[in-house]
Write a protein that binds this ligand. Structure first.
Ligand code: F6P
Length: 601
């Protein structure tokens, strides 16, 4: 039987294990990894193959003959909702409408134990270099430790807490100067717009959080975001801006990313041209340099490259190689947020992340909400055949949340090899997607309700709205929430043919109007979309992703799959520019497309 919140007191003498307890049973053997450009030996452990565990065998047995019956389970088990509902910091998480019973849950928790989820989590927190292919520690959780956290965290001689707090303080001080108007553009005007130039993790987190927390933008400064190398992006984003009141943040962990550096140069040209035509600068090198100093700051782990670009490193904010791009929004990459929302809001955001980190580190696996949600994803993916996972926020402010999660989950767990280089032994990374409700209801929910594919979905909603509007006396947010509740109910319990007929429908229409139900959902409800709550929500998904990665034996912190396309783009660029040798070197399809390009330009 699954351990739940209630029966933890069943064995008072034996404390339930926590994620940080050592798990000696699962000490892994050292792998002997064959030829590899880097010497992995000595630092790569062999992941435990989930499919060889007894828990996996149990789950396979549960699967054979499995007939989900949410109607029946709810009717027969009045305690189900209470048992499967958890409070994770400010988030109420209801797992009761997922396709599991207590036996399945118990086997899933055993799977987490037997694959060493807790051990791997402890390794991550202690700064072990679990990102083996890049030989890096993975310490984004350190970015949100509060000042003075104990015990202190030192890795490779680095006082991580000290360094994190130092950068946070520098960001706050800079942000206050911009917010107050003490920092000005080259003509002495207060900054009105911050344009973040970055891509992937240097864009998706800031833009998602900025949009989500817009009601907190209180300094009369807006943020905009440029990411795509499509020149439309930079041109369109800047077309109505005044260079004199615009501050660019060039955000790039590596400071080598083609899109970001190209856009940064375009932005610099735009700035110079705009200032010159306004008569603010005369075009001399000296004045141009001065303009860059007033209108460009940078965020990167590579401060030498920042200097080479021409940005004064006094106006640069650093972070570290142990922060993965898609885990970096709570590092200096969040500078646009600190400026627009304020340092206090940003600290609140970090506190939300930290609250969930604390939960993960101190809660037994059977009650550990991110672990349970990761396990449910494994069940739905590996045993029930789900290929994708919908995330459906009932909050327009979260309209970029799915895009953010796509990088977090799919760049992390879209892998076919395990962390020792061996092939994975089961399906990995689902496709994450979604749109805010109710827009999704009028677009793709049809397929979730009545299609042939199983699509587990997370529904996210907030009790209190940012804008409490009324329509003819009716609370509009209340109507919105009624939809949130109605959808998960319809998906879980469906509508039988008898119920349809009882409404007077006959003939073939009965089948068309019948809903099978048993479509799994998780409901996440919180009092309001505050910075703290948003931090909790993002951290929840980070830890879900981590749990799945460990069970599949994946290094969730590298992203080699993005490299080949980058290399080929650099090889093809000369062909686009007319280099005949480069054209001739292409495959037949690419060459034909290049011919089309050249014929039509
Ligand atoms: O898409 C690959 C990637 O390396 C992401 O992981 C990263 O978030 C993004 O590019 C941007 O990288 P950088 O911050 O170094 O410019």
């Amino acid at each position: 039987e699954a351990r739940t919140r209630r029966d933890t007191d069943a064995a008072p003498t034996q404390r339930p294990p926590t994620a940080l307890d050592p798990q000696p049973r699962f000490t892994r053997p050292r792998a002997h990894v064959p030829a590899h450009p880097e010497d992995y030996r000595g630092r790569v452990t062999t992941p435990i193959d989930a499919t060889t565990t007894t828990a996996w065998a149990e789950l396979s047995a549960h699967k054979s003959g499995f007939t989900p019956d949410l109607r029946g389970w709810f009717a027969a088990d009045p305690g189900r909702v209470e048992r499967l509902t958890f409070d994770l910091a400010d988030l109420r998480v209801d797992l009761s409408k997922n396709l599991v019973d207590d036996g399945i849950l118990a086997s899933l928790v055993a799977l987490a134990e037997q694959t060493g989820v807790a051990e791997r989590y402890a390794a991550m927190l202690s700064g072990e270099k679990i990102n083996t292919t890049e030989n890096r520690a993975v310490l984004h959780t350190a970015l949100r430790r509060p000042a003075g956290a104990t015990p202190a965290l030192h890795v490779d001689g680095q006082d991580i807490d000290h360094d994190v707090q130092e950068v946070l303080e520098a960001m706050a001080a800079f942000a206050e100067r911009v917010r107050s108007g003490e920092w000005t553009g080259v003509t002495g005007k207060k900054v009105k717009t911050v344009v973040n130039i970055g891509i992937g993790g240097s864009d998706l987190g800031p833009v998602m959080i900025y949009e989500a927390l817009l009601p907190y933008a209180d300094a009369g400064i807006q943020a905009r975001f440029v990411s795509n190398i499509d020149p439309f992006d930079l041109a369109d984003t800047t077309k109505d801006l005044d260079p004199e009141t615009t501050l660019f943040i060039v955000a790039s962990k590596t400071f080598t990313t083609l899109e970001t550096l190209t856009n940064a140069r375009l932005a610099r040209d735009w700035l110079w041209a705009g200032l010159q035509s306004a008569g603010a600068i005369d075009g001399s090198d000296e004045q141009k340099t001065d303009a860059v100093a007033h209108h460009f700051v940078a965020v990167s782990t590579a401060l030498d490259k920042v200097a080479a670009f021409g940005i004064d490193t006094a106006n640069a904010f650093g972070f570290w190689d142990w922060v993965g791009g898609r885990y970096s929004v709570d590092s200096a990459i969040g500078l646009s947020l600190v400026i627009t929302l304020g340092p206090d809001a940003f600290r609140e955001l970090l506190a939300g992340f930290h609250a969930v980190d604390e939960h993960v580190a101190s809660t037994p696996l059977a009650e550990n909400v991110p672990v349970l949600m990761g396990l449910l994803n494994v069940w739905h993916t590996n045993f029930l055949g789900a290929q994708s996972h919908a995330v459906l926020p009932y909050a327009q402010q979260l309209h970029r949340f799915a895009a953010y999660l796509q990088q977090l989950t799919m760049e992390s767990n879209g892998k076919s090899v395990r962390w020792d280089g061996s092939p994975v032994t089961t399906d990995t990374g689902e496709v994450f997607w979604g749109e805010p409700g109710t827009n999704g209801q009028h677009a793709f929910y049809q397929l979730i309700h009545q299609g042939t594919r199983l699509i587990p979905a997370d529904f996210i909603a907030f009790v209190n709205p940012a804008y409490p509007l009324a329509d003819d006396g009716r609370d509009v947010h209340g109507l919105f929430l009624a939809n949130f509740l109605a959808q998960t109910k319809a998906l879980a319990f469906g509508k039988t043919a008898e119920e349809v007929e009882a409404e007077g429908t006959t003939g073939p229409l009965v089948a068309a109007r019948t809903f099978a139900g048993n479509r799994p959902t998780t409901s996440i409800f919180a009092p309001a979309l505050t910075p703290r709550v948003l931090g909790e929500l993002v951290a929840l998904y980070e830890h879900i992703t981590f749990t799945q990665g460990v069970i599949w034996g994946i290094n969730s912190f590298d992203q080699w799959g993005v490299e080949l396309g980058k290399q080929l783009a650099l090889q093809i660029a000369p062909a686009i520019e007319g280099d005949e040798d480069a054209v001739a070197a292409q495959d037949a399809s690419t060459k034909a497309l290049l011919d089309y390009y050249r014929a039509h330009r």
